[in-house]
Design a protein around this ligand. Structure first.
Ligand SMILES: Cc1cc2nc3c(=O)[nH]c(=O)nc-3n(C[C@H](O)[C@H](O)[C@H](O)COP(=O)(O)O)c2cc1C
Length: 214
């Protein structure tokens, strides 16, 4: 059993990183081989729209033809049993790094046919983890869940069943008095960090277990 986690946040000690680590710990608790990849450490861009992955009888049909840091990672994913895609919400969607990664990851595997068919060689489980400043109510009011569901839908077509976890009202700054951010109540934020976030980490850990179970 092999589970690979992708971190779409640059903050290696931030909310997204901690939740992703919890997912992977959950998977490791059942003996899975785990790997964490920080997208911000890699050199890559989003989809070039070259369509090499769609060319009839093409050498690269169903595969991304770009040679960069993602090339070995896509090969590795073909040997995985599950992947976790963790991202902060930026402007009501995933972070730019995660979006570029998802463009490259998903587009080659899903055919432009009706209905779409997956060219990925097997079915694997997918976990999405999202962290955001918004509350659950604000997330739905702002349509963030709808925006994110686009990636979930395509990931389900390409790979298999999707599991997801939202983490709301996250603690963003180590010291709220040092930033201009009057919109946020530091006491409420600290309470979220101390009381709610540990529960979210437990939920993430449980997702890791689910991803590993057959
Ligand atoms: C560029 C940028 C855009 C953001 N946009 C949103 C947003 O649209 N909605 C939201 O709820 N939070 C937004 N946030 C807040 C982050 O999603 C939130 O703080 C997240 O938990 C940060 O994750 P991290 O601790 O892993 O960096 C934004 C943060 C940044 C830096």
């Amino acid at each position: 059993m092999k589970i690979i986690g992708f971190n779409g946040s640059n903050r290696k000690n931030g909310n997204t990183s901690k939740l992703l680590e919890s997912v992977l710990k959950g998977s490791a608790s059942l003996g899975a081989e785990i790997k964490l990849i920080n997208l911000y450490d890699l050199n890559f861009k989003g989809c070039y729209s070259c369509f090499n992955c769609k060319k009839r009888d093409g050498e690269k049909y169903g595969r991304c033809s770009i040679h960069d840091d993602l090339e070995p990672i896509f090969k590795d994913i073909e040997n995985a049993d599950g992947i976790v895609l963790a991202s902060p919400v930026y402007y009501r969607s995933v972070s730019g790094e995660m979006k570029s990664f998802l463009e490259r990851l998903l587009f080659p595997y899903v055919t432009y046919t009706t209905p779409p068919v997956s060219l990925f060689p097997k079915r694997i489980k997918i976990g999405f983890v999202y962290t955001m400043n918004n509350t659950e109510h604000e997330m739905r009011e702002n349509g963030i869940d709808k925006n994110l569901s686009v990636f979930e839908m395509v990931a389900q077509w390409a790979f298999g069943p999707v599991d997801k976890l939202y983490c709301f009202d996250t603690f963003q700054f180590n010291d709220y008095s040092k930033v201009v951010a009057d919109r946020f109540d530091p006491v409420k934020k600290a309470k979220q960090r101390d009381e709610i976030f540990p529960t979210d980490c437990k939920k993430a850990y449980d997702m890791g277990i689910r991803l590993t179970q057959s």
